[in-house]
Design a protein around this ligand. Structure first.
Ligand code: ATP
Ligand code: MG
Length: 649
């Protein structure tokens, strides 16, 4: 995956940018050499009810992992997102809501959001929610979801957002795991023109479930479907409760280390982990990364296409942007509805300046061809972002050229639910871009590359990505299972945080994520990252998406099993298989030559859109009965189809 193209910072970008390379280098150096001084100063970017006197108190020692930031400070996250803006920008739009139906949109000001949040915070209190209680939020992408999250934060309740696309089973398991006694939901959600039976799913999730002890379910009316079932005594209507609620609810002073939320990882590599984040460090970190990575300027309209059900929705739709007083766009629907021009349409309609989305969405648009952008200009865009998976260079180039009119830098942001915010990413005015590389660490982040024995590698290197010291946005524990926290992240390489991702550091010191460590291929003794082979395949004109896994091979140890989805209108054939094999040999070398190619109309993905290679690996190895945790799979039908169409070679 060597870079063919380099995109230096353009003059236009440099003129506007918050930082240039020299400034980034100086700030980065200070953040590493003296984290106490650095974060002591930058911690002041948010409002504290009681200022902190201590900054960093952290240890990665496996016998005593402990992470505390700003530990004697007190603050409130919702006050930072709302109250602090009332005087200066009360009438500015905080949220632009764009409905599933393109004819529906509205603007919510900071003052309105503050009022609605305060009221709902009082509602929660009146239902018996106390500081430290876990409130499960199972909602569509509507304004009330933001209100519910902020209202929890306001009274010190811990929100646990469960993606609205999850099944009753997955929802129930999360309610039980979080010992949550309160659920906020909607009658139905709307996505791609279809109603999603959220309330019905809640009922199914809680019915006869051992360990589920839910006292109150608050139901927001979204579609108004009257046939939605009702449990008298347990269920409450949002609109009714809000009618009489007072809009006066002073924010609860929270210790910096009090929990703000828990959230489950995507489940790409196994059973999801219930990640716990606390208040002070998280707010400092997400507001700072939002400002510098997205080069945020007053007045920018900012759109992150993620769902509140994922960490990206928490950090970069809600907390980061609102803490910075930004206008954040909230989209209820999907990019393919009513048709594939929707993304471009929304950008034009709301004059979006920053667009932050995922490789899966970009590849889906790419497969449609450039027609999906026709009829839109996207001339308001200044910056593009990517998150969630490695972005194949071909998809990067397409995103840059077609969506961004060859004008907008792309920030490829590497991070995890566990990290709270972005850890590795270019800063637009400071870093030259290389398609496929997440480039440089953010302030305070000290990445390391280790071999399998845990030796730190210097200079140009290929290995496992670790982080050598704590940063303020780091997760504090796995909810209810601190041992699993230590086992998962701190025992593989003692003294270091293990990311479970593979990485390559190039001659310039830039970082390239090569895929999950579990997915790294070992072909005749050569290590090959999945991202590299997949990117070579996606670079072929006819390939829309590719996933590569290893399978047992008598001679090579591991062979290469490749799943390929073709561009719309392309037909699979044996000639094309041969052509693709030749193509990969030429792009990477004979070592990466695919042994088996299986055509597929779609990949098994998590509900957040990531390819689940662990399932593809089982199919390649004929181990259909050992697929593992499939609760986070978006479309189980894809797996059945892959199994029935599998070829034996
Ligand atoms: P689980 O931990 O349950 O297996 P997950 O790792 O997919 O699921 P998330 O926390 O949503 O859960 O995703 C984080 C992971 O996504 C990272 O560890 C990395 O593998 C991948 N990722 C995110 N952003 C990028 C990026 N810009 N480049 C490459 N990989 C990325
Ligand atoms: Mg993970």
């Amino acid at each position: 995956m060597t870079h063919k193209n380099l995109y230096p910072v353009s003059q236009e970008v440099a003129r506007r940018a918050l930082l240039n390379r020299e400034q980034y280098d100086a700030m980065y150096r200070q953040s590493i050499e003296d984290p106490d001084a650095f974060w002591g100063e930058h911690g002041k970017r948010i409002d504290w009810i009681k200022p902190y006197s201590k900054v960093k108190n952290t240890s990665f020692d496996p016998s005593d992992v402990s992470i505390k930031w700003f530990e004697d400070g007190e603050l409130n996250a919702s006050a930072n997102c709302l109250d602090r803006h009332l005087e200066t920008r009360g009438d500015q739009t905080a949220i632009i809501f764009e409905g599933d139906d393109p004819s529906e949109s509205r603007h919510v000001t900071y003052r309105e959001l503050h009022e609605e949040t305060s009221k709902f915070a009082n509602v929660l209190k009146s239902l018996g929610v106390k500081k430290g209680d876990v409130v499960t939020i199972y909602m569509p992408m509507i304004v009330e979801t933001a209100v519910a999250m902020l209202a929890c934060a306001r009274i010190g309740a811990i929100h646990s957002v469960v993606f609205g696309g999850f099944s009753p089973e997955a929802l129930g398991a999360r309610v039980v795991n979080g010992k949550s006694r309160f659920v906020v939901t909607a009658d139905e959600g709307l996505r791609g023109g279809r109603a999603i039976p959220l309330k019905k799913n809640v009922d199914a999730a809680l019915k006869d479930r051992e360990g589920a002890d839910v006292e109150k379910v608050v139901v927001v009316t979204r579609t108004g479907n009257e046939s939605v079932p009702w449990n008298e005594g347990r269920d409450e209507r949002y609109e009714e409760l809000m009618k009489t609620a007072s809009a006066d609810c002073p924010p609860e002073p929270m210790n910096a280390e009090d929990p703000l939320f828990m959230l489950y990882t995507s489940g790409s590599t196994g059973a999801p982990k219930g990640v716990l984040h606390t208040t002070g460090g998280y707010m400092v970190y997400v507001s700072m990364t939002h400002e510098y990575v997205f080069d945020y300027h007053e007045g920018d309209v900012y759109w992150c296409t993620a769902d509140f059900g994922w960490v990206t929705g928490h950090s970069y739709i809600l907390y980061g942007p609102l803490c910075n007083g930004a206008t954040t766009l909230l989209f209820e629907g999907v990019p393919s509805y009513p048709d594939s021009s929707r993304m471009g349409q929304i950008v034009d309609k709301h004059q979006v300046n920053t667009l932050y989305t995922a490789p899966t969405a970009i590849r889906a648009l790419m497969a449609e061809g450039e027609a999906c952008m026709s009829g839109t200009t996207r001339s308001s865009l200044k910056l593009l972002g990517s998150v969630g998976e490695p972005i194949n260079p071909e998809a990067w180039e397409w995103y840059h050229r077609v969506v961004g009119n060859s004008r907008c830098p792309i920030v490829d942001t590497w991070w995890q639910t566990e990290t709270g915010g972005i850890l590795i990413s270019p800063l637009p005015g400071a870093v030259d871009l290389k398609p496929g590389s997440a480039t440089v660490p953010f302030f305070g982040v000290k990445p390391g590359v280790v071999d399998n024995e845990g030796n730190l590698l210097e200079g140009k290197a290929d290995g496992n990505l670790v982080i050598l010291d704590s940063w303020p946005g780091q997760m504090r524990t796995i909810y209810g299972d601190h041992d699993r926290f230590i086992r998962t992240y701190f025992s593989a390489y003692p003294g270091m945080y293990f990311t479970e991702d593979g990485v390559r550091r190039d001659e310039d010191g830039d970082y390239w994520i090569t895929g999950r460590v579990d997915d790294v291929l070992n072909i005749s003794g050569h290590r090959l990252g999945t991202a590299e082979v997949e990117s070579a395949l996606v670079a072929h004109d006819k390939v829309a998406e590719a996933a590569v896994v290893g399978f047992p091979h008598e001679i090579k140890g591991q062979g290469l099993y490749v799943y390929v989805t073709l561009m719309q209108g392309e037909e699979p054939s044996d000639e094309l298989k041969k052509e693709l094999i030749q193509w990969v040999r030429k792009e990477i070398g004979p070592i990466a030559s695919p042994d088996v190619i299986q055509w597929t109309p779609g990949m098994p993905k998590t509900r957040s859109g990531k390819i689940m290679r662990r399932i593809l690996r089982k199919i390649a190895a004929n181990e259909y009965d050992q697929l593992g945790d499939t609760s986070t799979l978006a479309d189980p039908g894809v797996v059945d189809e892959l199994i029935s169409s599998r070829e034996f070679k």
